[in-house]
Write a protein that binds this ligand. Structure first.
Ligand SMILES: NC(=O)c1ccc[n+]([C@@H]2O[C@H](COP(=O)([O-])OP(=O)(O)OC[C@H]3O[C@@H](n4cnc5c(N)ncnc54)[C@H](O)[C@@H]3O)[C@@H](O)[C@H]2O)c1
Ligand SMILES: [Zn+2]
Ligand SMILES: [Zn+2]
Length: 349
């Protein structure tokens, strides 16, 4: 089968990939569509260290092909969106509704794929840039059959991360002011999360002026090319500032933009080991810096919720899909994403 493989030096679309059968508690999914998130590019450029060779992709949707013993919540033929959280479901963190904090879900990549007898790692417990992938049962979330796969795919990372950061982590309230730095796949979903939450002033900041129209479409009330101009709109600062790029100087800007009792939410992922600084005395005014993994999401609940909100016209998904590419055109999709020509590019199988 076809898939996108990174071997530590280059990325290649191969057609001789194999995946093992699902074991107990696992599901084999035929991927129909998969979005290209910046985190995939960050593996290739070394910002996110990951063992190789690895099958990329972590934002996909498709059809259940077979299920392993003990799986009852989905059946062959069901449409599913995939989460990246292979959480155990039995530990204290899972039990208290924090599957993103499950220790069994972090840092233990499996190798369900092979090529010419050589095993390949699975990225983010997911590897959606493959015709078929094996995931844990908790990761396969049933979606309505009428949801287009190209749109449903984006729920699995961009929407869970961005909307979840607003609703689950920051808990933005009606009337709050929000600044979103970076209006890519993640930032656009923070923008529409802020709209869902009832935020009043929502400032999008992106160095690429071509992002203005889509940022406004997703909920920005103002658009700026530089965070330095935010005080012109919010003289006292913001209740919430989300960093959605992954640069330490923008993290600093997000913190400096906070109003009293404000909070900066860090979504972008700079290189491993990167350090950022802030003025300590400014923080005594009840300010907070919040890390956020994967929108602090509970995928079985949140993916179903976002699918319902989409069907009601309250959550935009189709508008995120600027371009679709056959998987063979991965290099073009990566180039378009790298140069900011798309909100999200989506690979189809
Ligand atoms: N925390 C998580 O769980 C999580 C999940 C997914 C992705 N991420 C991370 O989120 C970040 C964004 O991912 P994405 O897929 O939205 O990327 P993207 O490439 O789609 O978007 C990035 C945006 O930032 C803008 N930008 C770049 N430099 C800028 C600057 N100096 N000032 C203002 N804007 C600037 C770009 O124009 C672009 O619109 C990445 O670091 C990714 O690894 C984190
Ligand atoms: Zn992602
Ligand atoms: Zn757990």
């Amino acid at each position: 089968m076809r898939g996108v493989v990174f071997d530590g030096r280059r990325t290649e679309v191969v057609d001789d990939l194999q995946v093992r059968d699902p074991g107990p508690g696992e599901v084999l999914v035929a991927i129909a569509a998969a979005g290209l998130c910046h985190s995939d590019l960050s593996v290739v450029d070394g910002t996110i260290p990951f063992p190789v060779p690895v099958v990329l992709g972590h934002e996909g949707a498709g059809v259940v092909e077979t299920v392993g013993p003990g799986v009852g919540h989905v059946r062959p033929g069901d449409h599913v969106a995939l989460s990246t959280l292979a959480n155990c479901g039995t530990c204290a963190q899972c039990d208290r509704g924090r599957p993103t904090m499950c220790r069994k879900a972090i840092g233990r990549p499996g190798r369900p794929f092979s090529r010419g007898g050589e095993p390949l790692f699975q990225f983010a417990s997911n590897s959606a840039f493959a015709e078929r992938t094996v995931v844990r049962a908790v990761q396969a979330v049933r979606i309505p059959d009428d949801l287009p796969f190209t749109s449903a795919a984006l729920i699995g990372c961009g929407v869970l991360t961005g909307v979840g950061a607003v609703l689950n982590r920051a808990r933005v309230d009606r009337g709050d002011s929000v600044v979103v730095i970076g209006a890519g796949g993640i930032g656009l979903n923070v923008l529409q999360g802020a709209r869902l939450a009832g935020a009043l002033t929502v400032v999008a900041v992106d160095s690429n002026p071509a992002k203005e129209a889509v940022a406004r479409r997703f909920g920005a009330t103002h658009f700026l090319a530089s965070a330095e101009d935010v005080r012109g709109i919010l003289p006292d600062g913001a209740d919430h500032a989300f960093e959605c790029v992954g640069r330490t100087e923008l993290i600093r800007q997000a913190i400096d933009l906070l109003d009293r009792h404000g909070q900066a939410v860090l979504l972008g992922v700079p290189g491993a080991g990167a350090e950022a600084s802030f003025t300590v005395s400014s923080m005594y005014l009840d300010k907070a810096i919040l890390g956020c993994r994967y929108g602090s999401s509970r995928p079985q609940r949140d993916i179903a919720l976002y699918a319902d909100l989409y069907r009601e016209g309250r959550l935009l998904l189709d508008e995120l899909v600027t371009e679709t590419y056959p998987v063979e055109d991965f290099a073009k999709a990566a180039d378009d994403a790298h140069h900011g020509r798309v909100a999200r590019g989506v690979l189809v199988f």
